[in-house]
Write a protein that binds this ligand. Sequence first.
Ligand code: 5BU
Length: 265
Amino acid sequence: MMQPEEAWGARWRACAHPLAHQYMGSAVQKQSLVVLAADLPRVDDLVDLIARVGSHVTALKTHVDMVDDFTMDEWGRVIEAARAHDLMLFEDRKFADIGRVAQTQMGGLYDIRSWADAVTAHSVSGPDVLDGIAAAWDGVQRIGGILLLAQMSSRDNLLSEEYGNRTVEFGTASPHVIGYIGNGSSPAEIESLRAKAGDGRMIWTPGVNLSAAEGVLGQRYGHPSDAVRAGSDAVIVGSGIHGDENPEEAARSYAEASWKALLER
Ligand code: 5BU
């Protein structure tokens, strides 16, 4: 099998966070840079989807607060299924409050700190949100990584170039930040973010679809290969997989496209 350093080059050497290495190592094993956006409202369906596509994807991105039948016990089944397939658990919570509140929001009903390996955060409230999130993981003796939103895939969003630059400054200064969310629908925007982020941080991109049509409600899409060639390290795919009539085949196609593009890069 290929060594992670061979596949990832400078990114492997420069990303110091253990979770960045866990992701990159697992991507090499599965030959897939696909993060499954598991946007389904029922635990049974989530567990079923993981069973079908788990071997073609590297991380599981959740929105725990969209699950209709959530209880901590039921959620345990999702966690177990993900771990069984060696998937990183990534809660796309988009924390955006002051540090102290973000810390408490990592607990609560969903107790994100106890199971998530990575979470997303907005930089709009300033850098202390990062320390709040990290303190919550620290409180339960776990380590996690944060992905900061430097760009978004939705049309007319307010994350300007300047906002993205400041976000990268926060991310560069924080050991808890493993990378940035970039706009997967625009190779030019990914390239521009890549130039600022340097090799020490990953870029994960939603807004990716193989049939790159217009998404619903303002979502925009680009091709996964273009995103990876432009500097994305993970393609976040939801409807392209769970909305396909054959999710397993779809996941395999996204995995192949992303892996091939990484090797080309
Ligand atoms: P889709 O079905 O592949 O369009 O789902 C995309 C997922 O990525 C969905 O879970 C969104 O919450 C998530 N997302 C996004 O689409 N765009 C963004 O800028 C960010 C997250 Br941040």
